[in-house]
Design a binder for this molecule. Structure first.
Ligand SMILES: [Zn+2]
Ligand SMILES: [Zn+2]
Ligand SMILES: [Zn+2]
Ligand SMILES: [Zn+2]
Length: 306
């Protein structure tokens, strides 16, 4: 069976590499802005959300499918574009809306990054592979040929809620924002250092990853909802662990998840910081400092830090 396994894994790895590089454009969290306006009482309020055109799809809601671009020609399925002739997939940055969501309210799902599905990393989403000298593809043992699974964290809706704070991310008190920021920072730091190896250590890796996700789950329900589907996904992968290359596959699956969650958390961190900035401007105004401080929320450099 060795030669069979080798061939099988070579194909799987090829497709995995395709997956790893097949990513749609993403936002730069640190550059996200959310303007404020100063009301007639001198209080900085969040400006009404202006739905800006999505830069990834320039308002079309569709982009070129990157999921299946390296599939062999005869593969007929793709969870992203269904292999439609246009090979266009829904834009993940705007969930197909053409305009960006209000980042104080919504963000791309931490589990799927707005794809709406988790791509099977054993078959790369193609659903099957050639085993041995077979002329026909066999169904992928991990996804049973489906190519992946509907994302359970967003229920396939692509966008999820932003940080859940009392009474809301927009109106939270400094103390609560600071608390959320501390756990968020810690999780981003841990996720960046997460280096899973898979194989015999896969379960241990998973335990460590789940712990990181759990550390922020009370502030971020979508992160909580990412855990169970990931666990199920990994269990399916363990089923194929007799194949060569499965260690790398397992490791990459966990690493990719860590990166997607981290991206979501970085956007949340940015929003928390902007909320802190607004609170600070208002505190200064109330203390009799320049009531125009923090106007527009754009001149934040001097009002930041604390
Ligand atoms: Zn496609
Ligand atoms: Zn878009
Ligand atoms: Zn599969
Ligand atoms: Zn999702």
């Amino acid at each position: 069976m060795l030669s069979t396994s080798r061939l099988w894994s070579a194909l799987a790895l090829l497709l995995l590499a395709a997956f790893a590089s097949a990513q749609q454009k993403v936002l730069i969290p640190e550059r996200l802005e959310r303007p404020t306006v100063v009301d007639d009482k001198g209080v900085a309020q969040w400006a009404e959300h202006k739905a800006e055109q999505c830069p990834a799809c320039v308002g079309k809601g569709k982009v070129k499918c990157t999921t299946c671009e390296r599939y062999p020609d005869d593969v007929t399925q793709c969870l992203d574009c269904q292999r439609a002739e246009s090979r266009e997939a829904t834009c993940r940055m705007c969930a197909g809306e053409g305009t960006l969501p209000d980042p104080l309210e919504k963000a791309a799902c931490p589990s799927c990054s707005g794809a709406s599905f988790l791509l099977c990393s054993v078959c790369g989403g193609a659903g099957g592979m050639f085993i041995g000298g077979a002329k026909q593809r066999s169904k992928c043992p991990a996804c049973s040929g489906d190519g992946g699974w509907k994302c359970g964290a967003c229920d396939g809706k692509r966008l999820v809620e932003s940080a859940v704070l009392k009474p809301s991310l927009k109106e939270a008190k400094d103390k609560d924002l600071q608390k959320a920021l501390t756990v968020t920072d810690a999780a981003i730091e841990q996720l960046s250092k997460f280096e899973p190896t898979g194989g015999q250590k896969a379960r241990k890796d998973m335990k460590a990853l789940v712990k990181m996700l759990e550390s922020v789950q009370s502030t971020y329900p979508p992160v909580k909802r990412s855990i169970k589907p990931l666990d199920d996904f990994m269990s399916k992968m363990y089923a194929g662990s007799q194949f060569q290359g499965s260690d790398e596959n397992e490791a990459a699956t966990m690493k990719n998840m860590a990166e997607r969650v981290s991206y979501y958390l970085k956007i949340q961190k940015r929003m928390i910081e902007l909320a802190q900035k607004r609170n600070e401007a208002n505190a200064q105004a109330a203390a009799g400092a320049d009531p125009k401080a923090g106007k527009d929320g754009k001149d934040g450099k001097d009002s930041k830090g604390k």
